[in-house]
Design a protein around this ligand. Structure first.
Ligand code: DGT
Ligand code: CA
Ligand code: CA
Ligand code: ZN
Length: 567
């Protein structure tokens, strides 16, 4: 779908026009962007059928721009605007608290032209002196810059994992052994670059690697390591090692560094030396082992540690004491507990979503459309829900999978739910979520959420912190109090598997488990392909040390229903 890209370009145009102080036009671009982003049809289809003008808010000028974007993948007009203004202002506007108006002011009064100058001015305390800014905004700007720095040069899992797997499949026939390494193998929530490790034949492998159609540039072609830049600007490193060292190289290049450093110390304490070539006796450098990763851990007196745990968060101690968790398996998921149909802002019918879920081998799928209050997402009223029920029943008649009738009910500012209790009680499953008023103080926000839990109507709290990776920080909330209230009110916490959310994150989900709260996985699918996101949720659960028993999606339908009823 080009919709997202077109919308993004139009928003950038609107931003820059506003910084320039142009009237009216920005609003037209924004309106078109909103429409195109939310519409269900592919903009390309309209283009091909010549029906762009039939879309609300699209006149002749914007029609031409859409055609240009579809044909050339870019927009000359945007490039011109970028040349008239400092290009870095686009980055400045990515800071959550800075819109075009603030950017204009910062540019005109403080000569802010990019993130660097913005940071300088904020650190010097000059921003708080500007009219309409203040100390709190200045602090938030600094936090926002920090968030952008953290994500800079990094990629979301859905951009990287499928690409890495494609590369691996491509070279696999030439390799004896091949594995993912680095953050990819640890399933970190964002990935800097792709690391792949393989054994022999070196030359053949490297050659095959660089010939893949998605390789845009070869950066380094060394003896043991080849680095390339792939489509989308993602870098991939292929290292080819001896079979005798494959295990130790895999251990070394999987990281994280924070895990490897104490591990090497343990080796030293036991009279060894550990590096990417193997485990060696210190006194005579005799190689003890190196072929298999598992043997290295064993020699050091540790159980083998699953890569997802290798972050130096207590896994080494646990491995020494035989107390590692028995992590939830990749294929234990019996259903998806958050998805949207075209009754709200999803792209597919109930039946289509259910069929796709059935193809995945699930026992159940929850359709959890938004509630009415969320008008931007076309939320459902009580009447809509009754209507939707017919479709759900039809799907249940037609398919083997069980479709659960659900809702993602909006939690209002004061903690009340955006739907009457009678309707909620009739549904199979109720997700509660915060979609507005992100800027409340911590205590107020926490109390709002607690109040919602105390209604006793919510089964699962969806995307509990509201963060979007690289886009928006979590709202201010006490995680611990929220978790405890969930525990007291029988509310489960979601790990939202959408790669830009992964919310709860692994640390918070681990805390939820430790405090006795059950975790639920949901992809938040708005289109069929999003149902594939489940594995990012499972990965996050594994990084959170969760076992099957901690995750409700491992339960059979019968058991799930019992839990939902009790809650
Ligand atoms: P990324 O790519 O930023 O998402 O994170 P990683 O963990 O994949 O980091 P990367 O690609 O720089 O290196 C892959 C692994 O190799 C890393 O997790 C640990 C290991 N490694 C790389 N350089 C060093 C180093 O200088 N010292 C140590 N101890 N380990 C290293
Ligand atoms: Ca890496
Ligand atoms: Ca690397
Ligand atoms: Zn939501």
């Amino acid at each position: 779908m080009m919709n997202k890209k077109v919308a993004q370009i139009f928003n950038e145009v609107a931003d820059l026009l506003e910084v320039k102080g142009v009237d009216f036009k920005p609003r037209a671009y924004r309106k078109a962007a909103r429409k195109i982003k939310s519409m269900k049809a592919d903009i390309k289809d309209h283009y091909e059928e010549g029906t762009l003008r039939e879309i609300e808010g699209i006149g002749k000028a914007i029609e031409g721009k859409i055609e240009e974007i579809i044909e050339t993948d870019s927009l000359e007009y945007l490039e011109e605007l970028k040349e008239e203004l400092p290009a870095g202002l686009i980055d400045v506007m990515k800071v959550p608290d800075i819109g075009p108006k603030s950017a204009k002011k910062l540019y005109e009064e403080l000569d802010v032209v990019d993130l660097e100058t913005l940071k300088e001015e904020a650190e010097a305390g000059n921003i708080k002196e500007l009219k309409g800014f203040g100390k709190k905004t200045e602090q938030k700007i600094l936090k926002g810059i920090e968030m952008l720095e953290e994500i800079s040069g990094r990629h979301l899992l859905n951009e990287v994992i499928p690409l890495a797997e494609e590369m691996i499949d491509h070279i696999k026939p030439e390799a004896d052994r091949i594995e993912k390494a680095g953050s990819l193998r640890r399933w970190r929530e964002t990935i800097g670059d792709i690391d792949i490790l393989a054994t022999r034949d070196q030359e053949k492998l490297m050659e095959h690697f660089v010939q893949h159609k998605k390789v845009e540039e070869v950066l380094v072609k060394g003896e043991t390591k080849t680095s390339v830049r792939l489509q989308g600007g993602i870098q991939a490193d292929l290292r080819v090692v001896d079979e005798d060292s494959f295990g130790s190289a895999l251990q070394y290049f999987t990281g994280a560094k924070e895990h490897n450093v104490p591990l090497r110390q343990i080796a030293i304490d036991k009279g060894y030396k550990l590096n990417e070539y193997g485990l060696f006796k210190k006194e005579d450098e005799e190689k003890v082992t190196g072929k298999r990763e598992r043997d290295i851990y064993e020699r050091l007196g540790l159980d083998w540690i699953p890569p997802e745990l290798r972050e130096n968060r207590g896994e080494i101690e646990a491995a020494q004491e035989d107390e590692l968790p028995d992590l939830i398996g990749w294929d234990e998921i019996k259903g998806d507990l958050q998805s949207h149909s075209d009754w709200s802002d999803g792209h597919n019918t109930v039946l289509e979503v259910a069929e796709e879920a059935e193809r995945k081998g699930y026992e159940y799928i929850a359709i959890t459309d938004h509630s009415e209050g969320l008008s931007v997402a076309d939320g459902l009223s009580r009447e809509d829900i009754i209507e939707r029920e017919k479709e759900i029943e039809e799907a249940n008649d037609e398919l083997d999978i069980t479709v659960l009738s659900g809702i993602e009910v909006d939690i209002k500012k004061d903690g009340r739910l955006d739907m009457d209790s009678e309707t909620l009680e009739d549904l199979d499953i109720v997700l509660g979520a915060v979609h507005s008023n992100f800027k409340m103080e911590e205590e107020k926000q926490t109390n709002r959420i607690k109040k919602a839990f105390e209604t006793g109507l919510i089964d699962i709290f969806a995307h509990p912190t509201g963060r979007k990776i690289g886009e928006r920080e979590s709202y201010e909330v006490s995680i611990t109090k929220m978790i405890d209230s969930a525990k007291n009110n029988d509310v489960m916490m979601e790990i939202n598997a959408s790669p830009s959310r992964l919310d709860l994150d692994s640390l918070n989900a681990r805390e939820a488990k430790e405090r006795g709260v059950m975790i639920s996985l949901g992809t938040d699918a708005h289109g069929l392909n999003h149902l594939d996101f489940m594995r990012y949720g499972v990965a996050t659960a594994r990084r959170a040390w969760l076992e099957s028993g901690d995750v409700v999606n491992t339960r059979s339908l019968k058991e799930l229903r019992k839990i939902l009823k009790g809650g």
